[in-house]
Design a protein around this ligand. Sequence first.
Ligand code: PGA
Length: 250
Amino acid sequence: MAKIVVANWKENPQSQKEAEVLFKGTFLLAKFRENTRIIICPPFPYLYLSGKFKNKKVFLGAQNVGKEEGGSYTGEVSPKMLSDMGADFAIVGHGEERLLGETNEIINAKILNLLKFKLSPILCVGESERDKEGNYLSFVEGQVKDCLLAVPKAQMKNIIIAYEPIWAIGANATREATKEEFMEMKIFIKKVISDIYDGKIAHSIPILYGGSVNPANASQFVDGGKADGLLVGRDSLDPKKFGAILNALN
Ligand code: PGA
């Protein structure tokens, strides 16, 4: 299976000009990588810029989506708008959105909305702290179950899950996960999926790692932790670093 590498630009860069440079740099990186599927997730206003550089190896994703099909919802963006801009994917349930109050119920509505319009959700899950009693496992189990509520079996081939522990993401990260921590969680999430659906779906669903991924640690998650790919924040803003992460996977 091709490895999936998601570039989550978050609230960056600050100008169109810089976004074009970043698109160009990232698209060039994809050229000789047969076995990697790169998904660039820029801020909404830059989605349309990617059309200039679009090729078959790089996909476009949004960082969020509204839970309605459209209408009187100030500040929201619909799946149809995203797909019209060329996006095939959207991140949902990112830890930074959850910290602002996004619930599993809202994320579930967003997932169902995306699937209705043939976009693939990249569902982020992850605990904010690891306790010795292992409560973080049931916390993540709850996230997976609640966010996938009523998602039909036949749609599961369109879902990607990213395990992103809150303590490992963004500028406030305390550390990245270890490959063992990731591997444990990957197996656990697959068991949860197997309980809800079946072993076949659990086997085929891609589970990515995200949180302080950099050129030095990328291969530990993919080779050591058997991640199906990576979700990269800060180091996706520098094509040199992002390229080095891609190199680490090949
Ligand atoms: P980071 O972000 O790579 O900057 O830690 C990852 C994410 O939050 O998606």
